[in-house]
Design a protein around this ligand. Structure first.
Ligand SMILES: Cc1cc2nc3c(=O)[nH]c(=O)nc-3n(C[C@H](O)[C@H](O)[C@H](O)COP(=O)(O)OP(=O)(O)OC[C@H]3O[C@@H](n4cnc5c(N)ncnc54)[C@H](O)[C@@H]3O)c2cc1C
Length: 436
C-alpha cells in the first residue's frame, strides 16, 4: 500500500499541463507531470516547426470573439492571462517576441525549442518532477490516477489531479483522445476535426493533377463568412488558412445537410465588371481557354471554373456565344465548390469537442470528481489558427492551476508526505536531443 500524498498529478506535458504545473509549483506544491510520451510537449515543438504563433495582438474584445460559443466561458481565464501576459511570460524566459503584419505574435527565434528548454529548466528548478512513458489508464480504487508504464502498472498516491491530455489531432505526437473513454459517458462532446481541410466532390482527376498546387490569395465565402489567403489542393480536397477559418461553419453545414457549398473568388483584385470587359476584348473567334489565360487564371482555377460551368449546364459557354461575359465573370468571382466531408481528425491542426462546460465548475474542476481539474485543448472549445489555440491552452492551464490552489487552500489539510522525495517516480525528464 502506498501512503497517500498531496502531491499533485498533472497528466499531460503540453502547454496546458505545464502551465498548471507552473502555477502550482510556484505556490510551493509538489507536482508530478505525467505523460505517455518519452519527452514533453511534442505538439508544442511541432507547432514551432512552421513558426510558433504564440498569440495574437488584436484588442482583447475582438480576440475573445474567436472562441465563438465558448467565448463567455473562456473570457475570465483569457482576461486573467491575456495575450500581453503570454508575451511577457515568453520574454521572461529569454524569448523576445514580435508582432507580424497580420497581428500574429511569434518568438523571434520562431521555434518552440528554446522556449520549452528554458521553461522545463525553470519547472525542474522549482521541484517539478516528470514521469514520462506513463499512460493514464483510469482511476485506482483509492481514487487516484493509474498508469501503464514500461515497468508495469503504477498508481499515483494522491487524488489531486489536473488532466491536460490535449485533443486528438496528430496522434503520433501523444494526444490521441484515448482519454474520452476514461470519463463518464455524456461528459465529453464528440471530438471532431477543427482547423482542418475538406474533401470535395470534384473529380479525382482534378486532385491527381493539381495536388500540392496553391491557389494564391483567394477569397473564400461560405455560410455568410469570408476568409482570404492561400488554399492548397490536396489529394482529395482543399486545405489552408482560409479553409481552416471557415471550418467550424462548414463542418456544421455538412453535419446538417450532407455537403457544404464553398464559393471561391478565383481572380481576387479584379472586379467582375472589369473581368467581363477584359474577357470580351480580343478576336471574336478567340477560344474561351485563351481568354481565361489572358485574364491570369491559372490551370487549376480554369479547371474549377470549367467544373462549375458543367454543373451549371454550360450557362457561361452560352453567354460567350452571345458575346456576353458578365455571367462568366460572376462565376469567376464566386466559383462554387461542393465540400462533402472534413478531413480526418488525425490530420487536423486542432480538435473541436471535448469535456463539456456543464460538467465543470467555474474553476475547471469536474463537478462529480472533486480535486480533478481539466485544461487545454481537451476542453470543449475551438478557435481558428492565429495564436488563439495556444493562448487558450496557456490560460486554461493556469486557471486550472489556480483552481487547484484554491481548492487545496479551502481544504487546509496540510502538506502531507511527498512521494517525490520517496523516489516513487523518476525525477528526470528524458528530453529530445534538440532540448537535452
Ligand atoms: C502542426 C501543428 C501546428 C500548430 N501550430 C500552432 C500555432 O502556431 N499556434 C497555436 O496557437 N496553436 C498551434 N497548434 C495547436 C497547439 O499546438 C495545440 O492547441 C496545443 O499544443 C494543445 O495544448 P494542450 O496542452 O492542451 O495539449 P497537447 O499539447 O496535445 O499535450 C497533451 C499531452 O497529453 C499527453 N497525453 C495524452 N493522452 C495521454 C494519456 N492517456 N496518458 C498520458 N499522457 C497523455 C500527450 O502525450 C501530450 O504530451 C498547432 C498544432 C499542430 C498539430
Amino acid at each position: 500500500m502506498q501512503k497517500e500524498t498531496n502531491d499533485i498529478a498533472v497528466i499531460g506535458a503540453g502547454p496546458a499541463g505545464l502551465s498548471a504545473a507552473e502555477i502550482l509549483s510556484e505556490a510551493g506544491h509538489a507536482v508530478v507531470v505525467y505523460d505517455q510520451m518519452p519527452s514533453p510537449a511534442r505538439k508544442f515543438l511541432m507547432a514551432g516547426r512552421s513558426g510558433l504563433n504564440l498569440t495574437h495582438a488584436e484588442p482583447l474584445a475582438g480576440f475573445l470573439t474567436r472562441y465563438g460559443a465558448a467565448k463567455d466561458w473562456l473570457a475570465p481565464c483569457v482576461t486573467a492571462f491575456p495575450p500581453s501576459a503570454l508575451r511577457r511570460w515568453a520574454e521572461a524566459l529569454g524569448q523576445p517576441c514580435f508582432t507580424g503584419s497580420s497581428g500574429r505574435v511569434f518568438p523571434e527565434a520562431m521555434k518552440a525549442s528554446p522556449l520549452l528548454r528554458a521553461w522545463l529548466a525553470r519547472l525542474a528548478a522549482r521541484g517539478v518532477v516528470f514521469a514520462l512513458r506513463h499512460r493514464w489508464i483510469g482511476w485506482s480504487e483509492g481514487g487516484g490516477p493509474c498508469f501503464e508504464t514500461p515497468a508495469g502498472a503504477y498508481s499515483h498516491p494522491g487524488r489531486n489531479v489536473v488532466l491536460a491530455l490535449g485533443g486528438a489531432s496528430w496522434p503520433r505526437l501523444g494526444s490521441d483522445g484515448g482519454w474520452t473513454d476514461l470519463l463518464p459517458p455524456g461528459s465529453v462532446s464528440p471530438l471532431q476535426p477543427a482547423n482542418c481541410g475538406f474533401r470535395t466532390a470534384l473529380p479525382m482527376a482534378f486532385h491527381q493533377r493539381f495536388e500540392g498546387t496553391i491557389l494564391h490569395a483567394v477569397t473564400l465565402c461560405a455560410e455568410g463568412q469570408r476568409a482570404r489567403g492561400d488554399v492548397t489542393i490536396t489529394r482529395s480536397g482543399l486545405e489552408g488558412a482560409p479553409v481552416y477559418r471557415l471550418a467550424a461553419a462548414l463542418r456544421a453545414r455538412i453535419a446538417g445537410s450532407g455537403s457544404a457549398r464553398l464559393l471561391v473568388d478565383l481572380r481576387p483584385g479584379m472586379e467582375a465588371g472589369e473581368l467581363a470587359t477584359r474577357l470580351e476584348r480580343g478576336r471574336a473567334r478567340e477560344s474561351l481557354s485563351n481568354r481565361l489565360r489572358r485574364i491570369g487564371l491559372a490551370p487549376a482555377a480554369r479547371f474549377l471554373l470549367h467544373e462549375a460551368q458543367a454543373q451549371g449546364g454550360g450557362e457561361a459557354a452560352r453567354a460567350q456565344e452571345g458575346g456576353r461575359f458578365s455571367s462568366l465573370a460572376d462565376t469567376i468571382k464566386s466559383c462554387p465548390v461542393i465540400l462533402t466531408a472534413p478531413d480526418s481528425l488525425s490530420r487536423a491542426i486542432s480538435t473541436a469537442g471535448g469535456v463539456r462546460r456543464a460538467v465543470l465548475d467555474d474553476a475547471f474542476m469536474l463537478r462529480d470528481r472533486p480535486g480533478v481539474f481539466v485544461a487545454g485543448e481537451m476542453l470543449d472549445w475551438e478557435a481558428p489558427t492565429g495564436g488563439y489555440l495556444l493562448q487558450a491552452c496557456f490560460a486554461t492551464g493556469r486557471a486550472a492551476g489556480e483552481g487547484m490552489k484554491a481548492w487545496l487552500a479551502a481544504r487546509q489539510d496540510g502538506a502531507g508526505a511527498s512521494a517525490i522525495e520517496g523516489g516513487t517516480v523518476s525525477p528526470k525528464a528524458d528530453l529530445p536531443p534538440e532540448l537535452g
